[in-house]
Design a protein around this ligand. Sequence first.
Ligand SMILES: Cc1cc2nc3c(=O)[nH]c(=O)nc-3n(C[C@H](O)[C@H](O)[C@H](O)COP(=O)(O)O)c2cc1C
Length: 160
Amino acid sequence: MDKIINILGFAGSLRKGSYNRALLRAATELVAKDAKLEIFDLEGIPPFNQDLEQAMPDKVKEFKAKIKASDSILFVTPEHNYSIPGVLKNAIDWASRPYGDNSFDGKPAAIMSASTGMLGGARAQYQLRQVLVFLNMHPLNKPEVFVTFANQKIDEQKVD
Ligand SMILES: Cc1cc2nc3c(=O)[nH]c(=O)nc-3n(C[C@H](O)[C@H](O)[C@H](O)COP(=O)(O)O)c2cc1C
């Protein structure tokens, strides 16, 4: 296949030693030959404010443009209190707006998660899938990637 598939990946953790950020970096090395995985850092996306929807912060404009330019999205998420972290939900909310300009519309998506718990973020993944319904995305059902007990498997000192 001649066409390169452009994947945009982002992790729902701002933590320097984040296991999910590490997972995303590892994915860039495993990506198929006919695909490119670009990482977008959610650091700097301000809290969502609907008053700013028509004059979005530059970082949000950049995020929306990168999503639109990509063929598919890779969500890499921690689990916070059985759900996706506010950082990720906040970024998704911005990119889904203003009404009628949902940057995710119609895109395929894949999900991975890492957590220090025994379910590896499974509950967060299923909550994310619910959000993807409204975003009109097409998440891959399988394979499912859950990294359990991530603190025993990922070297936190190996940061970007
Ligand atoms: C606010 C908060 C809530 C958490 N809730 C969960 C949870 O519900 N399930 C779980 O498996 N881990 C939970 N954890 C532990 C995370 O799995 C762990 O902090 C993990 O390292 C976060 O991902 P990161 O390394 O990419 O930042 C929670 C952590 C925080 C800070």
